[in-house]
Design a protein around this ligand. Structure first.
Ligand code: XMP
Length: 526
């Protein structure tokens, strides 16, 4: 729950470690394990045995990875881990590593195997217990490899094959060590979840005890133990992460948590009111609302450069946060909604050294304000934060909220910002949100919003010529905002959005739909 040098902490319960050899699927493996209610932890492939083997470690998974086990610079784990007697499952590169370790030969496959393959199972026990479910021998799996295991050492035996790999899955003859050439973590492997579950429950003897309830209970006890009678301050934006942090701490320490919400005047329609209502009335959080519309708008007057807008908003936010937090007596801690993907030590594929992603310390606030950092969500993936939020009684409309940028509508009004433009954009944006929700599309989309363009065009309303602004509609699908595609919205939804905006929002006579992908475009216009 607290700063990085103490992480991982309280992992006193059962855990499965995923050693990351640089696979694009490492996080997916960890998430699949957690979906089976077992706590998983990602560590770099070269983590020392002491960091892997402590406590109640039930199993270890070696991920795939781009390196070549036969090459001189092959990535290898601490050898103690292989000899510790803890169950191991090697996936793709992880299996080649195990084969090589036990004296097998690895060579280039005659052709690179990428995509679906039929796996013939030779031994329907261990990780293949009950697979395939129909009692046959074959099941569809997803492959992605260039090397393959040519021969096995005397301690290993093949437990499955494909047309291209005689050793598509292996096991050790008397130790709980398994390897699969395919990727059980991806959805294209039909029985992948059962393979992983067999490893977790049959081999590692894990119990499915990692649940939202157990997390909340443990975290509350841990917060109380650590914070005692101290005070914690946190910034809430109404986004899911900061709301879950505030709700959790509020349950743990009551009014010794002070949540600060800055209304910067750049929020969407009714947002400030709604957030305050949910946090204060609904969740009983001790909330200070800082109304600072005028200060933000006057600082932004005449500014059109997007980075300049961001800088002004960011600096002013810090100023206001400090002004509100400093008078709070005995405040020792700052809580922040850092998530697991921000703190995983990721493997640099280009070199053997492990990189540590800088986790975003909110603008250096803890150092400036001499506060200790508390990060109750730093072990969680986003979908787990949502589950925990639900369990804490946070309403779905907040939990499933689309991402909204910190600088708010300031980066959705192209050019300088003034109250009349904000009013136009808010009204247009509210219609986009209403219609997307009405059409039941929100769950399949990443973001949906309106952008006010500094372009006027000619139109005709009734008998009159108009000369008014254009609004762009941006609706995207994405998994992580790194890439995005424009949503193929049904024409009738687009038609309703367009006609409602033009009819209901004064000052707009044209609506366009943004059909750019990211890259090369971005999701936001500024
Ligand atoms: P882009 O526009 O870079 O956006 O494709 C990727 C994701 O980040 C959000 N975004 C921001 N979030 N402060 C934020 O907190 C910002 O300055 C900012 N700019 C973009 C954007 O909404 C999208 O989800």
């Amino acid at each position: 729950m607290t700063n990085s040098d103490q992480f991982p902490r309280h992992i006193t319960g059962q855990r499965v470690v995923v050693l990351d050899f640089g696979s694009q699927y490492t996080q997916l493996i960890a998430r699949r394990i957690r979906e089976s209610r077992v706590f998983s932890e990602i560590l770099p492939y070269n983590a020392p045995a002491s960091k892997v083997l402590y406590g109640d470690v039930r199993g270890i998974i070696f991920s795939g990875g781009p390196s070549n086990i036969s090459s001189e610079d092959a990535l290898l784990p601490d050898s103690e881990i292989l000899e510790a007697g803890i169950p191991i499952l090697g996936i793709c590169y992880g299996m080649q590593l195990l084969s090589s370790h036990f004296g097998g030969q690895i060579g280039r496959a005659s052709r690179r195997e990428y995509g679906s393959a039929q796996l013939s199972i030779l031994s329907h026990d261990g990780i293949f217990k009950g697979i395939p479910g129909d009692g046959g021998r074959e099941t569809k799996v997803w492959m992605s490899h260039g090397d393959r295991v040519e021969s096995l050492g005397p301690e290993l035996k093949a437990i499955a094959e494909t047309g291209n790999s005689p050793h598509a899955a292996i096991k050790h003859i008397d130790r709980p060590i398994f390897g699969v050439q395919f990727h059980p973590e991806v959805a294209h492997t039909r029985e992948g979840k059962r393979v992983l579950d067999n490893f977790l429950f049959e081999i590692c003897k894990c119990e499915p005890s990692w649940t939202a309830e157990s997390f909340i209970e443990r975290e509350i006890a841990e917060c109380r133990r650590l914070i005692g009678d101290g005070k914690v301050v946190c910034a809430t934006s109404g986004g899911v992460d900061s709301t879950v942090v505030a709700a959790l701490l509020s349950r743990a320490i009551g009014d010794n948590l002070v949540a600060i919400f800055v209304d910067n005047g750049l929020l969407r329609q009714d947002e400030a009111k709604e957030v305050a209502q949910i946090l204060r009335d609904g969740l009983g959080i001790n909330l200070i609302v800082v109304s600072a519309r005028e200060r933000f708008l006057s600082s932004l007057r005449g500014v059109s450069d997007p980075q300049e807008k961001r800088k002004i908003i960011g600096n002013l936010f810090i100023e206001l946060f400090e002004e509100s937090a400093n008078p709070l007596k005995d405040c020792e801690y700052l809580a922040q909604g850092t998530l697991y993907p921000d703190v995983i030590e990721s493997v640099s594929v280009k070199g053997p050294s492990a990189l540590i992603k800088g986790h975003h310390n909110v603008w250096g606030l803890p150092e400036r304000m001499k506060l200790k950092l508390i990060e109750p969500l730093r072990e969680l993936f986003k979908d787990e934060v949502r589950l925990i939020g639900r369990e804490l009684g946070i309403p779905d409309r907040l939990i499933m909220r689309q991402p909204f940028p910190g600088p708010g509508l300031a980066v959705r009004i192209i050019g300088p910002i003034a109250p009349p433009q904000l009013e136009v954009l808010r009204n247009a944006d509210a219609i986009v949100r209403e219609e997307i929700e009405r059409a039941g599309l929100a769950d399949s989309l990443w973001q949906w919003f309106a952008v006010l363009l500094p372009v006027k065009s000619v139109g005709v309303m009734g008998d009159e010529r108009t000369y008014e602004n254009a609004v762009a509609i941006r609706v995207v699908e994405s998994l992580d905002a790194m890439t995005a595609d424009w949503a193929r919205l049904p024409y009738d939804v687009l038609a309703t959005i367009s006609s409602r905006i033009i009819n209901e929002v004064d000052g707009v006579n044209r609506v366009v739909y943004d059909i750019s992908t990211k890259p090369p475009s971005t999701i936001e216009w500024e």
